[in-house]
Design a protein around this ligand. Structure first.
Ligand SMILES: O=C(CO)[C@H](O)[C@H](O)COP(=O)(O)O
Length: 221
């Protein structure tokens, strides 16, 4: 049986009350905190860095999944590991040496992952599958919360699932962008097991109601 994980993205949280927000969303049933890092260079938006990751770390016991939308990648990895990240993912086109960046994440004690934008080919996985603990399929172009799910992502999730099954390894398959109660099942049926949701959860007053409804959609799978 598949273990499904709900990973609220803090991008849509109230940053003035971030500690309380992450505590509340974990109390509501979140399995992972998804931490979006944007640098106004690789993506046209600017968010938060290791200091903020360190600040929320004592508030939650669940894994913190750091999604680096930054270029260059390597010099910030040890800082996030020290700040309490458990999983660090990056975009392969933002790294000059993908294999080295994956190894660096693992050497710093974290699980490592690659992120694929809608137009980024999965062939980046061809020679590094043994160093990947998570594959993140973007179902929007990165940079902003609240965008609509791009349906072509479903085919890519299915292809990533095929590669994971073929590898025989336990690799998390995460989807990020426009995930809502009404499309989470389609993403799961395509093969995703970990679901990032920002505006769908933090945009509603009752986080538990949304997370429960998402789990309800997955219950029959
Ligand atoms: O990485 C991201 C954007 O680059 C966000 O995590 C993502 O878009 C989640 O927000 P929403 O659920 O509102 O689409």
């Amino acid at each position: 049986m598949t273990t499904f994980r709900i990973a609220p993205s803090i991008l849509s949280a109230d940053f003035a009350r971030l500690g309380e927000e992450v505590r509340n969303v974990v109390a509501a049933g979140a399995d992972i905190i998804h931490f979006d890092v944007m640098d106004n260079h690789y993506v046209p938006n600017l968010t938060v860095g290791p200091l903020v990751c360190q600040a929320i770390r004592p508030h939650v016991q669940v894994p913190i999944d750091v999604h680096l939308m930054v270029k260059p990648v390597d010099r910030i990895i040890p800082d996030f590991a020290k700040a309490g990240a458990n999983i660090i993912t990056f975009h392969p086109e933002a790294s000059d040496h993908v294999d080295r960046s994956l190894q660096l994440i693992r050497d710093n004690g974290c699980k490592a992952g690659l992120v694929f934008n809608p137009a980024t080919p999965l062939s980046y996985l061809d020679h590094v599958m043994d160093k990947v603990d998570m594959i993140l399929i973007m179902s929007v172009n990165p940079g902003f919360g609240g965008q609509s799910f791009i349906p072509q992502a479903l085919k890519k999730i299915a292809e990533a699932r095929r590669r994971i099954d073929e590898s025989g390894r336990d690799i998390m398959l995460e989807v990020d962008g426009g995930i809502k109660i009404d499309n989470i099942k389609a993403a799961a049926e395509a093969g995703a097991d970990t679901f990032v949701a920002g505006s769908a959860i933090f945009g509603q007053p009752d986080y538990k109601a949304v997370i429960d409804a998402m789990r309800g959609q997955l219950a029959s799978l």
